[in-house]
Structure formats: structure tokens, C-alpha cells
Design a protein around this ligand. Structure first.
Ligand SMILES: NC(=O)c1ccc[n+]([C@@H]2O[C@H](COP(=O)([O-])OP(=O)(O)OC[C@H]3O[C@@H](n4cnc5c(N)ncnc54)[C@H](O)[C@@H]3O)[C@@H](O)[C@H]2O)c1
Length: 250
């Protein structure tokens, strides 16, 4: 299916690794010009080099999504180099410590809240003026199944993702009149550098929670993100869509 994405411009935060990286690969195949934005400079260069070697038109920006001015600078850079921003994918995120909330301290909460929640807000604010002006845009944020149901030992993580889902719904309400779509994707446990604890032995028991009997792979998630970033999804907004092998059912 041709999604009509050729020559669109996408900023992908967290684009150096995992789901952001696979999304960049899917978008590259569809002819999207990609701005990879990530804190990890080495990984960023490596991922960009791989995408370019496969014919991708790729720019890199080293940024910390906690820094609002850096997010604005990344958006300005995309406009300067590629002439606009059609798509924002918010994939930068961290898993945080696995611990019971009662064992946690305020210092355990700061990065989770500042990267997973405030980082999404920063990046959205950095692009919305531009999208409003153009009366066009697609924003897709990585939330999580944990943002819907939450889980023991990752309560704060789940809460940040619940925040992303609520923020997505509210922003979709405000941005609809400008033809800007705002959606969230909610993966279940997916094998990426964020989930090094997932091993084959665990996967043997995945069917206890995942009817499809396995954990996710980045290529299970990236196609939905890419679709939501296209005009084929232009009547979808304000949604938090599960991609989780049947873990979340609604
Ligand atoms: N892997 C999973 O099981 C899973 C499940 C549900 C949701 N998610 C969400 O999907 C998103 C992507 O996760 P992933 O599995 O690809 O993880 P990952 O660790 O492979 O990639 C995350 C990327 O974000 C970058 N990053 C971290 N902090 C940053 C910051 N402050 N500023 C800029 N970049 C920063 C990292 O350098 C890394 O490249 C995250 O938001 C995560 O919470 C992942």
C-alpha cells in the first residue's frame, strides 16, 4: 500500500534505537526525509549511517527532550534543512527502575516524568505552531499498555504513559480544527534495548499474558506508527491504539 509519504519530513525522537529506529527504517522505505533526534550521539551517528547506506535522506540532531529550547532548535533545523515538519514521532523514553512504589524515592521519579511525559509535551509544543500555520501535521507518541492498565513495580512508568495518552486526547481536541492528527501507540513488551531482561525462557511463557504467544518486535510496532503518520489515517485522531499481541483487549 502506497501511504503517500514520499518527501514528507519526520522528526523522530529516540530515533537512534529500538522502536524509533525501526520507524525511521519504515519511513525511509516510503521516501520520508527523516530527522533523527536522540541523546545518544554515537548511536545516532551509527543509525543515521545505516539508513543513509540504504538510500535514506537523514539528518541528525543530538538533543535531550527534557530541554524545551533544544526541542525547538530541532524543529527549526528540520524546517531549515528539509523545508518543514509534517510528522513528529515521540519515541524517546526510558523504562526507569523496576521497583515497588513504596520502595521508591523522589529522585527515582524525576527522569521518568521529565523524559517520558514532559519530553513529549516539549516536542509537541515545539512543532505545533508550524503545523497550525500549515493546517497540516501528524503527531504519534509512544505510550504503552502500561499507560492503560499499569503494572506492579512500574507504577511511575505507567503513570507517565497514562499522561501521554491523556495529553494526546486533549491535544487532538485542540488541533483537529487545524487538520493536525494526534495519536498514541501502546505497545506491549517489545524486544528492544529497553527490555534486555526479555529472554527466550521468558518468551516460552509469554502466552500467559499474550494470546499470540510471543513478545513484540520493533517491526510489529513501526508499521502502525508509519500508517498513523500518513494521510491514509487522516480521520483517526485522539486514539491510544494497542499493539500488543492481544494483551490489551478493547
Ligand atoms: N520496548 C518496549 O517494550 C516498549 C513498550 C511500550 C512502550 N515503549 C515505549 O516506546 C518508546 C521507545 O522505546 P524503545 O523500546 O525503542 O527503547 P530504546 O531504549 O531502544 O530507545 C529509546 C531511545 O530514546 C533515547 N532517549 C532516552 N532519553 C532521551 C532523552 N532525554 N532525550 C532524547 N532521547 C532520549 C535513547 O537514547 C534511545 O535511543 C519509549 O517511549 C518506550 O517507553 C517501549
Amino acid at each position: 500500500m502506497d501511504l503517500g509519504l514520499k518527501d514528507k519530513v519526520a522528526i523522530i525522537t529516540g530515533g537512534a534505537s529500538g522502536l524509533g529506529r525501526m520507524t525511521a527504517e519504515y519511513m525511509r522505505r516510503d521516501g520520508v526525509k527523516v530527522v533523527l533526534a536522540d541523546l545518544n550521539e554515537d548511536l545516532l551517528s551509527q543509525t543515521a549511517a545505516e539508513l543513509r547506506a540504504r538510500g535514506g535522506e537523514v539528518e541528525t540532531v543530538t538533543l535531550d527532550v527534557r530541554d524545551y529550547d533544544a526541542c525547538r532548535a530541532a524543529a527549526d533545523h528540520a524546517v531549515d534543512v528539509f523545508g518543514g515538519v509534517d510528522i513528529l514521532v515521540n519515541s524517546a523514553g526510558i523504562g526507569g527502575p523496576m521497583q515497588f512504589f513504596a520502595d521508591s524515592q523522589p529522585c527515582d521519579w524525576d527522569d521518568l516524568i521529565d523524559i517520558n511525559f514532559r519530553g513529549v509535551i516539549n516536542c509537541c509544543r515545539a512543532v505545533v505552531d508550524h503545523m497550525i500555520e500549515r493546517r497540516s501535521g501528524k503527531i504519534v507518541s509512544l505510550a504503552s499498555e502500561a499507560g492503560k492498565a499499569n503494572e506492579k513495580r512500574m507504577v511511575l512508568y505507567g503513570a507517565t504513559k497514562g499522561g501521554v495518552i491523556s495529553f494526546t486526547r486533549g491535544l487532538a481536541l485542540e488541533m483537529g480544527r487545524y487538520q493536525v492528527n494526534v495519536n498514541a501507540v501502546c505497545p506491549g513488551v517489545t524486544k528492544t534495548p529497553m527490555t534486555p531482561w526479555v529472554d527466550d525462557q521468558m518468551e516460552e511463557h509469554a502466552d500467559r499474558f499474550y494470546p499470540l504467544g510471543r513478545f513484540g518486535r520493533p517491526e510489529d510496532i513501526a508499521p502502525l506508527i508509519t500508517f498513523l503518520a500518513s494521510d491514509e489515517a487522516s480521520w483517526i485522531t485522539g486514539q491510544a491504539i494497542s499493539v500488543s499481541g492481544g494483551f490489551g483487549r478493547s
